[in-house]
Design a binder for this molecule. Sequence first.
Ligand code: PHE
Length: 327
Amino acid sequence: MQLKESIESVREQFRADSDPFPTDTQSVESLRVKYMGRKGLVAGLFAGMKNIEDKDRPLAGQLLNELKQELSKAFEANTQGDEESSAEDNVDYSLPGLTFPIGHVHPLQQTMDEIKSIFMDVGFSVAYGPEVDDDFHNFTALNFPPEHPARDMQDTFFIDPETVLRTHTSNVQIHLMEDQDPPLRHIVPGRVYRNEAISFKSYCLFHQVEGIYVDKHVSFADQKGILEYFVKRMFGSNTKMRFRPSFFPFTEPSAEVDIWSEKRDQWLEILGCGMVDPEVFKSVNVDPNIWHGFAFGMGVERICMLKYGIDDIRHFYQGDMRFLEQF
Ligand code: PHE
C-alpha cells in the first residue's frame, strides 16, 4: 500500500527534523506548521485516504492516527515548559485592569437614609411596622369614620374585608403606642400602597416616612421647630417654607408643609403633619389630658423628585440603568 510507505516516510522525516527538538518558539512553530498545520504533511496524508481501496482503509486510518498521536506527543513533551513561561512573558502589565460593575444604593434608599439620619441626629429612633394590616390600625384607630372615602375600594387594596395593604405609615403610630408607654419619639420608613391610576405623579406603591413624638409638654411650636430643621437640612438653609392649614382625621390642628420652588415659581407640598388627635390617644389607652404629641408623614418619592428634579415617579420602579446611574 502506497499510503503506508508515505506514512513511514513522514515519520522518518519528522524524527530527523525533531532531533534535536528546536528550542526557540519560532522554529517550533514552523515545525508544527510543516507537520501538523492545516496544509501540513499529516493533513496531506489524511487527504490521500480517499484514493485507497476500501479494504485497506481501516488499517491506513489506524496507522495515520498513530502517526498523528506520535507527533502530537512530541510537541507536547517538548513545549510544555515553554508554554508556561511564554504565557508569563506575554502578560502585558500596562493593560488597564478589568472593572466589574458594582451595584449602588437606589436613589429612594439614599433619600430615605438621609431623612433617617436627619431625624436621628435630633433624638428620633427608627421603627418599622406591618405593610399588611387590619382595618383598625390603618383606619379606625386613626379616627377615620366608617364611611370615610379613603377606605373606598378605589384607594385601598383589600386582602379581605378586614385586612388591607396599608395606605400610609400612620398605622405604625398605633402599633407603637400600643406596644410602649409614652414618651416616645420615632420615625417610621416604609412602603405604602394605593389603588390609584398609574401616572407620572402616582404609583400603586410608594414610600413614606412617618414621625411621631409623644411627651408631656409637646406643642405645635416644637413640631414647627423640628420640621423647619428638617426642611433646611434636606433642601438647604435658604429654603423658603410655610405651614398651610389642612385636615387629617388623626391630627388636630393639621397642616401641610410647602416649600417654595424658584424654578417653578410655586409652592410645592412636601408633607402632612399635626397634633395627635385626642381620639387617637383614646383608641390606644393613652390619656390625652397628660400626653400630647405631634405626627407627620412625608412621601419619599416626592421629596426625592423635588430634590433632584425628577419628573416622573415611574423612573423609580423601572430599573433603567440610564436613570439609576445618575445617582
Ligand atoms: N398619613 C398622612 C398621609 O398619608 C400623612 C400624615 C401623617 C399627616 C401624620 C399627619 C400626620 O397623607
